[in-house]
Design a protein around this ligand. Structure first.
Ligand code: URA
Length: 247
């Protein structure tokens, strides 16, 4: 259990509760959508007591989670990243333990992608980890059909056009290659949808297997596929530091 100070700024409270980023929360406040103890507040910088004050956004009460939870899952292929699937398909939530509070995935992986996926109820940290501004590094192992040449690596590193926009500089190296298949390691810091598959496809390669091996320097090493673990306090501290949330 982490004890928190009860008095904090309203925008920080809203961000920690996962309602919005601090800046978006300021906008909600200015737009008159936030109430403290039944009264609309529109000035910024107001402080609240999270245990005594009653906060509402658009008439819905907002509460901070009673405990902050950070989990890492080694996602197997075939599970979709969603909280709930109306079609009843297997979701990543099926692989997590029963928890006292609801946690959310930090970003997404395609159903067929394996590897590291974080979950938390810390909305503010999650928001920052997926925001392009913090350039959080994601390391993938990509198995493709065919021989990846050095010039292909070079193009991946410099950026290739996907959906009309060039991918940001990346790091790519060969782990193994032969005429039939290649295994490459690719580190990117953007988080565009299907980015790795599209980068390889732009060079004419079909991705056969995709696995995220690390995120923000945290690795999935030693954790069996389909299993989860809690993040260590020092890992959480590092994530907070990287995203400017260290106290
Ligand atoms: N890039 C992809 O194409 N898919 C993923 O699941 C993750 C990154």
């Amino acid at each position: 259990m982490v004890w928190r100070i009860a008095i904090l700024r309203l925008n920080k409270f809203l961000a920690q509760a996962g309602v919005a980023s601090r800046r978006e929360a300021d906008r909600l406040i200015q737009d008159g959508r936030v109430k403290i103890n039944g009264r609309v507040v529109t000035e910024l910088g107001v402080k609240i007591d999270e245990f005594r004050d009653r906060i509402e956004v658009d008439h819905h009460p907002v509460k901070l989670p009673s405990e902050q939870i950070y989990l890492l899952l080694n996602k197997p292929a075939g599970y979709i990243v969603t909280l709930d699937d109306p079609q009843g398909r297997k979701t990543v939530m099926d692989l997590l333990p029963r928890l006292p509070v609801r946690v959310f995935p930090v970003g997404r992986l395609d159903a067929e992608t394996e590897g590291l996926l974080l979950f938390t109820n810390d909305g503010e940290l999650a928001h920052r980890l997926i925001h392009p501004r913090y350039e959080i590094k994601k390391l993938y192992e990509v198995r493709v059909k065919g021989f990846v040449e050095d010039k292909d690596l070079d193009r991946l590193q410099k950026g290739v056009f996907i959906d009309g926009r060039k991918s940001a500089p990346a790091r790519a190296r060969i782990i193994y290659r032969n005429r039939e298949k290649s295994l490459i390691s690719l580190e990117i810091h953007e988080g565009r949808k299907h980015e790795v598959r599209k980068m390889l496809s732009a060079l004419g390669f079909e991705v056969k297997k995709l696995r995220r091996v690390s995120f923000a320097g945290i690795t999935v090493k030693g954790l069996r596929r389909g299993f989860w673990r809690r993040l260590k306090p020092e890992e959480v501290a590092r994530l907070r530091k990287m995203t400017g949330l260290a106290d």
